[in-house]
Design a protein around this ligand. Structure first.
Ligand code: TMP
Length: 209
């Protein structure tokens, strides 16, 4: 028996972090997890100690440090390899549950659909990097690219968030294609915070009871 691996995906500003915080408070009391198992709340990029350093490098807004698309892909992949090896796999082996803010499909959406890197190349790298780990459940929090920009208008954007509407539209389209292909649970993130978390809880109960 291994733990469960849950991933929340969506474009920037969809409210993943708020929902993950809420679900992380609820899950240990939900009756779904075994008595002694823990819940590991994590994210990409930056879920491991080395990953925190990689996150700073990847999202650095300084134009002089802008990586090429290929370098960007490999940096996200390095972050994920470390995350899987040091955090995700050991937790699942230990029968703990993992909830991650983004995983490999963010790379398909952002670097594949957003940056136009060949999807087969990304999938080949993913097959090495993920070391067989795949989410038991992926939930896609859906908002429009326009709403994403509106929600973030008072915040200083990181390097990827600075890419603008056209890039975000390509990423969003990618997420929708992947969601359909992989049969994800899609939840409208334009609802109230409570309605969204109720829908997530219902989905978790349905999938893991
Ligand atoms: P976050 O703000 O959701 O933590 O993610 C940081 C940014 O990194 C976000 O704009 C999405 C982007 N990203 C990619 O471009 N590729 C990836 O593989 C991942 C995990 C994130």
């Amino acid at each position: 028996m291994r733990g469960k691996f849950i991933v929340i995906e969506g474009i920037d500003g969809c409210g993943k972090t708020t929902q993950i915080d809420e679900i992380s408070r609820w899950l240990p009391t939900s009756g779904l997890m075994k008595k002694n198992s823990k819940l590991i709340k994590t994210r990409e990029p930056g879920g491991s100690l080395l990953g925190i350093k990689l996150r700073n490098l990847i999202l650095d807004n300084n134009k002089n440090n802008k990586p090429s698309s290929l370098t960007e892909l490999l940096l996200y992949s390095a972050d994920r390899a470390e995350h899987v090896s040091k955090i995700i796999s050991p937790a699942l082996e230990n029968q703990d549950w993992v909830i991650s803010d983004r995983f490999a499909d963010s790379t398909l959406a952002y670097q594949g659909f957003g940056r136009n890197i060949n999807l087969e190349i990304i999938k080949n790298i993913e097959s090495i990097v993920c070391q067989g780990e795949q989410p038991d459940l992926t939930i896609f929090l859906e908002i429009s690219p326009e709403e994403s920009l509106l929600r973030r208008k008072n915040f200083i954007p990181d390097r990827i968030e600075s890419e603008g509407l056209n890039f975000l539209q390509k990423v969003n389209k990618g997420f929708h294609i992947i969601a359909k292909e992989k049969n994800w649970k899609v939840i409208s993130a334009s609802q109230s915070i409570k309605n969204i978390s109720d829908e997530i809880k219902e989905t978790l109960l349905k999938n893991f009871s």
